[in-house]
Design a protein around this ligand. Sequence first.
Ligand SMILES: *[C@@H]1O[C@H](CO)[C@@H](O)[C@H](O)[C@H]1NC(C)=O
Length: 260
Amino acid sequence: MMHIPTFLVSLLPLASAAHLPQAQHIFTNPASPPTTGFKIPTVHESAVQARRILRLERIGTLSTIFPNNDHPNPHHGPPSSVSGTPIGLMDYFADCEPQRGDPTILAINIATSFRNVAAGSNITLSLRWHPPNKQHYSAAAIPRFSLVGYLENIKDEDVVKGLLPACFVKYHPDAAAWLPGNPIHTSHWTRLVVQEVYWIGGFGDRAYIGWIPLEEWQSVTEDEIQSIRLPDEQSGGWGFGMVKEWMGLGGSDNQESWEL
Ligand SMILES: *[C@@H]1O[C@H](CO)[C@@H](O)[C@H](O)[C@H]1NC(C)=O
């Protein structure tokens, strides 16, 4: 049950706007320690948040670059004008090899992202946390990040040992129709070998914005992933009060009245 008085609900958009960070800190961290009273999470704490988002989310954007193409196929191929241009396309991933945090991706050979990879493109997976309660706050305050790297084919024995099909289908039941060996589309198992991590934790005066070193990303433990809760993640008891705090709306005072 939510106990927010009606007059307060109507004030919420106003309150949010009034508590937005100073403009210069929306996309960067302050140069000196912030004066707003928020403790900016450390780089490692940000890595743990990112690894939990990788665990709980399942859809992201794959960005690749179109190869040089002097002789475009007039019917289906990309026009030569897009050579060297990036394209971001929605795709599925799953956190099925959590030891290193390299996301598992089922590559469909005819799909543009994987054609570009086959032609030599590197790849970036961009994803963001979708809080269950989307009503009351600014998406710019919610964490998102990009994993930059390359695709590597997963050996059959590792697919079997890691129970990858079962893991992937748990995240994506519909993908059972295009697992490798299906009669319609040739597909194969790949991992995105993460080489760089770019993180935007939210507003810069209360969240880390910047590169997360690979060692931090890879050293996150299962216990750490299990122990934290993301903004407005219900199962762990994050209520709207915690979202308020995350956004800098002063969540801890009068917490009770904001409990979900
Ligand atoms: C892919 O990334 C590697 C570094 O990880 C770089 O050496 C290589 O040039 C990149 N390839 C392309 C096609 O950009």
